[in-house]
Design a protein around this ligand. Structure first.
Ligand code: PBG
Length: 325
């Protein structure tokens, strides 16, 4: 065999040459910024395991949203941290619930900002599970009714996109039907289609106060070892009427992101989760890594893997860094 010599370095000789052949680009439009809205007044609590991320009360939300909009970010995803919880998570589907209130406030102040409502019960249930509990089981079909109520109340409040994260079977078709019946056929569903049972959600559970009080989420969230199952999950959500497919977490699952991108024709969203954020923040605070370079590399890698959108706690920082460049 004749051996060949290739000069790949020809296309790397200068910054402009590299820019000409760059295949993947980050834009501020790619980011969805998560917000934790806490009940009460004048609260801005930094989450200890997530430096730079805050639980914010409604009265302080306005200026936070102004900043997000001024950075060019087009979308936020809302999580509620209620003062009281109960067995059935009634705070999730109350017309004056915390996410519903925050949605109204945002849509009044910045009607063009896209509000994504995370649809789940775990922040609102006393047991911390994502559905209705009987004994030590999380019931599937009984949970769907409450999730539909939650989605409809969020849409009523003005949410632009419903993002169910609960991992009950059939949640997309149930929510789609519920939204349509209530007159919200134009509100899309961004499904947490492929959500693994991950230790990387730890810091989020501090932020949202949603750690399960018994057991874990392994009977409804996926086993990290499984790849074929991710295709089954995504396929059923497509059939059930999903408009976006989320893969979560991001970093340890980029192979799954590529599989979903190649096999389905819907926009793919990565949730760059709390544990991924905490790892980078922790290392950066110790001076062990260059935060800006690492974050931009990570987000670029996520887009290269196939993400069209990225839900990320780094959205504000990344928006600033992209402006500088
Ligand atoms: C609610 C939900 C969780 C996350 C998003 N929605 C936590 C969980 O499933 O326990 C995690 C997000 C993150 O870690 O940043 N079900």
């Amino acid at each position: 065999m004749e051996l060949q010599f290739s000069r790949h370095r020809r296309l790397r000789t200068s910054a402009n040459m590299r820019a000409l052949v760059r295949e993947t680009h980050l834009h501020v439009e790619d980011f969805i910024y998560p917000l934790f809205i806490i009940e009460g007044e004048n609260i801005k609590n930094e989450v200890p395991s997530m430096p730079g991320v805050f639980q914010i009360s409604m009265d302080l939300l306005g200026s936070e949203i102004d900043e997000i909009v001024s950075l060019g970010i087009k979308s936020v995803i809302l999580f509620g941290v209620p003062a009281e919880k109960d067995e059935c998570g009634t705070g999730a589907y109350h017309d004056h619930g915390i996410v519903q209130g925050a949605t109204r406030l945002i849509k009044e102040r910045h009607p063009e900002l896209i509000v994504v409502a995370d649809t789940c019960l775990c922040e609102y249930t006393s047991h911390g599970h994502c559905g209705v509990v009987e004994g030590n089981r999380v019931l599937n079909d009984e949970s769907l009714d409450l999730l539909v109520q939650t989605a409809v109340s969020q849409a009523k409040a003005g949410a632009d996109i419903i993002a169910p994260s609960n991992m009950m079977d059939g949640f997309v078709v149930a929510i789609r039907a519920g939204l349509d019946e209530a007159g919200f056929e134009e509100v899309p569903v961004m499904s947490y289609a492929v959500k693994y049972s991950s230790a990387f959600y730890g810091p989020f559970r501090d932020a949202a106060d949603s750690t399960p009080q018994f057991g874990d989420r392994k009977t409804y969230q996926m086993d990290p070892a499984n790849r074929i199952e991710a295709m089954r999950e995504a396929e059923s959500d497509v059939r059930e009427g999903a408009d976006f497919l989320i893969v979560k977490p991001g970093l340890p699952y980029l192979d799954i992101v590529r599989d979903v991108k190649n096999n389905f024709n819907l926009p793919v969203v990565i949730y760059n989760v709390s544990g991924e954020y905490a790892m980078i923040k922790g290392a950066a605070q110790n001076g062990w890594i260059d935060e800006k370079a690492v974050v931009l590399e990570m987000l670029t890698g996520m887009k290269r893997a196939g993400a069209d959108l990225i839900i990320t706690y780094f959205a504000k920082d990344a928006a600033r860094w992209l402006k500088e460049q």
